[in-house]
Design a binder for this molecule. Structure first.
Ligand SMILES: Cc1cc2nc3c(=O)[nH]c(=O)nc-3n(C[C@H](O)[C@H](O)[C@H](O)COP(=O)(O)OP(=O)(O)OC[C@H]3O[C@@H](n4cnc5c(N)ncnc54)[C@H](O)[C@@H]3O)c2cc1C
Length: 676
């Protein structure tokens, strides 16, 4: 996609990497905020039913409210289009008040008075904040729908455009940067040595000149907090770093891992490390979330001013964002035509599936020269993200870490289960999927390697022909690409706004008790409860269950889906912003290519269809183990109420039929429609 031309007047700000002033509101907009459950259940207070043998439940701890943040907002003075007026729906629907105190957040109050309508917060920003949808410690109040639309039409530059122009503007300086004594690869969510483009480029640069390659990983407790990274995922990443360090050491490449407490200190710390190591070339894989794109854009420019070249390269997707456009030259918002374009692109650009070689061995002198880097101990797990001993014992065997495990799992899957994937993937008791998402999201497996391996297991080189299991699986891996393309083009989805901003006008229930019921798997809908308990017990749920549980929260409980989105991120081992946001957008009908909002999953039908004999439910809801196959889907309505009650299983917390009608009414009302 060619970069959009936007004339945005920005205040000239001195570029520094020390956490000083930022030209854009980098600190201001986010990956995703934490949800604050008003009931503030803590881990110790959240106990499973005494009869349940499923593992303990971890509900997110309370998040501090109203933390101040210094926020600078983009100036749109020279915009080619007149500034957008706030939509009528943004005004006067509900007063902005803090539920608890009746007071407005001072930042919201300040913005309300701003003459620039694009700076006004959304009319329910306070409510979103009070319910923990917005993590004010790191991010500004929820933006207005008008501001989201300004991103949509390109009136506010997309973060990817800032990054592209930083790369373009510094191209010559970066090309001419002295090589120095070493080349550095900054590992982020690409924790592998095979088929890692940026690492390969760094290695080639070092090899050509006989220099050393140094690997670096920065642990940022604040980033983990701001990005809602689950403890099980942090544990997985740290275990993976041990494996990666061992693999790199075999090539005489050190992996230096350091913890930097404050996220804004990371760029300056990297600059210091580069100096210490005599390195003038830094490489990294591009991450598409807003915080990272903005940080990297700034770093590219600042480091270039210091004679350091920072190359940030596309490598997370099989086809990079921006490469596929509709006939109108735009990003697709519907998956099917996008997927056809994705297939066509790969069929006509064969090299896209070529695998990058692992890095070359370092000169042997590296062992002496960088001895301290080989010897530096791994930092401790940030306390806010540590697992208990019981959790470690339960979760670690389920999720062996590292690249070798990813490749072994991929190979086994492509030799077997993939051939029946199109059927088995929907049945949670069968375990017919790859369970590779944790490896994709932490980068222990490249999506390119995965697609190529699956294709090579097929009877044809065509990506959409031959074995239906293989083609279906490839199309699922493509969904991951699709949601990242969406994130890049509509970055406000990463700032708490749905793809369709007007859907923030729906009146949600902020009911703590109901939300807690969902979080803990006690809704009285066995299939929903089984899914949620699997999430709590394993940090994972199959796609079908994610859809069922997400739909239930948004459309049966009518609870703000962003609270569920946050809860998933805080508990999934494979938490990935784009896929999670996309999945929630689909389920709550607020995203790209969604379920139409009036099409509402019936949990009973889903249960009967995909867990017919109740095997999955029995595994996760032990209270119902003794209930018959038919009654297990709805024990209280099908004659097993007494057994269920005796075992401590709750009655349904809502009646689906009534909830469905109310949901359609609220969606209609929020969208200002008289008919669905
Ligand atoms: C509400 C909701 C939230 C979700 N949150 C996440 C998340 O945080 N992280 C995440 O990786 N996936 C997420 N997904 C997508 C999907 O559920 C998981 O990727 C999948 O269940 C992982 O299991 P698997 O590796 O066995 O997948 P497989 O069925 O073996 O699929 C292979 C790979 O394709 C990709 N994939 C499959 N389905 C999807 C999909 N619907 N959207 C995007 N990518 C897909 C994943 O990378 C997956 O590992 C979410 C889906 C929903 C409905």
């Amino acid at each position: 996609m060619p970069p959009k031309k936007v004339a945005v007047k920005r205040k000239a700000v001195q570029m520094t990497l020390d956490g000083g002033p930022v030209a854009e509101n980098t600190s201001a907009e986010n990956k995703k905020p934490k949800v604050e459950v008003k009931t503030r259940t803590t881990r110790s207070s959240a106990k499973p039913s005494p009869r349940a043998s499923s593992p303990p439940i971890r509900i997110p701890p309370a998040v501090s409210k109203g933390a101040s943040s210094s926020i600078r907002i983009l100036k749109l003075g020279d915009s080619p289009e007149p500034p957008l007026k706030p939509e009528p729906t943004d005004e006067g629907i509900q007063p902005l008040t803090n539920n608890a105190t009746g007071e407005l957040d001072p930042e919201i109050e300040r913005r309300m008075k701003d003459p620039d309508p694009l700076r006004h917060p959304h009319f329910s920003a306070q409510e979103a904040q009070d319910n923990g949808v917005i993590l004010r410690k790191f991010y500004p109040p929820e933006m207005s729908n008008a501001r989201a639309l300004a991103y949509k039409v390109g009136e506010i530059p997309r973060p990817i455009e800032l990054l592209r122009s930083a790369l373009r503007d510094t191209a010559e300086t970066r090309r001419n940067a002295d090589l120095g004594n070493s080349v550095v690869h900054w590992f982020k969510q690409d924790l592998r040595i095979r088929d890692n483009k940026a690492l390969h480029m760094a290695s080639e640069k070092a090899r050509e000149e006989g220099k050393s390659l140094v690997g670096m990983y920065i642990v940022s407790p604040q980033d983990f907090e701001a990005h809602l990274t689950s403890p099980v995922r942090v544990d997985f990443v740290l275990r993976t770093l041990e494996v990666l360090r061992g693999d790199l050491a075999e090539l005489d490449i050190p992996l230096y891992v350091e913890s930097v407490e404050r996220r804004r200190d990371i760029p300056a710390r990297i600059e210091v490390l580069m100096r210490e190591w005599g390195a003038n070339h830094l490489y990294a894989t591009m991450e598409y979330e807003v915080d990272e794109l903005r940080r990297e854009a700034k770093m590219i420019k600042c480091l270039a001013q210091q004679g350091i070249s920072f190359d940030v390269v596309h490598d997370t997707c099989v086809v990079q964002p921006g490469a596929l456009q509709s006939g109108a030259g735009k990003q697709y918002s519907v998956y099917s035509p996008w997927f056809r374009a994705w297939i066509a692109y790969l069929q006509s650009n064969h090299e896209t599936l070529s695998i990058y070689a692992a890095p070359s061995r370092n000169p042997i002198s590296t062992r002496d020269r960088f001895k301290h880097l080989f010897d530096t101990p791994m930092p401790d797990v940030p306390t806010c993200k540590s697992l208990t001993d019981e959790e470690k014992a339960r979760l670690r065997p389920l999720w062996p870490a590292g690249e070798h495990e990813a490749l072994a799992r991929l190979s086994k899957f492509c030799d077997g289960k993939i051939h029946n994937y199109q059927v088995s993937r929907s049945f949670p008791s069968i375990d017919g999927t790859s369970s590779l998402s944790v490896h994709f999201s932490s980068g222990t497996l490249s999506a390119r390697t995965a697609v190529k391996t699956a294709r090579d297991a097929n009877t044809t080189k065509k990506l959409d022909g031959g074995n239906p299991g293989i083609t279906t699986w490839i199309s699922e891996v493509a969904w991951r690409d699709f949601y990242k393309h969406v994130l890049v083009n509509w970055p406000y989805v990463c700032m708490n706004k749905p793809f369709k901003p007007e859907y923030t006008n729906i009146t949600w229930n902020y009911n703590d008790e109901l939300f807690k019921t969902w979080c803990e798997g006690r809704t009285g809908y066995p299939i929903v409860d089984a899914g949620m308990r699997q999430l709590l017990g394993q940090g994972y749920m199959a796609n079908r269950l994610r859809m069922v549980t997400a739909s239930f929260l948004a459309k049966d409980l009518l609870i703000d889906w962003r609270m569920g989105e946050r809860f998933f991120m805080e508990h999934l081992i494979d938490g990935d912003f784009a896929s999670n946001n996309g999945g929630w957008g689909f389920s709550a009908s607020t995203g790209v290519d969604p379920q139409p909002y009036f099409r509402i999953f019936n949990p009973l039908l889903q249960s009967e269809k995909f867990d017919t004999d109740g095997e999955y439910i029995r595994r996760w809801v032990p209270e119902l183990r003794g209930v018959s196959d038919k009654a297990i889907h709805a024990p209280y309505e099908r004659g097993a109420g007494a057994v269920a009650q005796k075992a401590g299983y709750p009655k349904p917390c809502v009646v689906h039929k009534g909830a469905r009608e109310e949901t359609i009414r609220r969606y209609k009302e929020g969208l200002g429609r008289s008919t669905a």
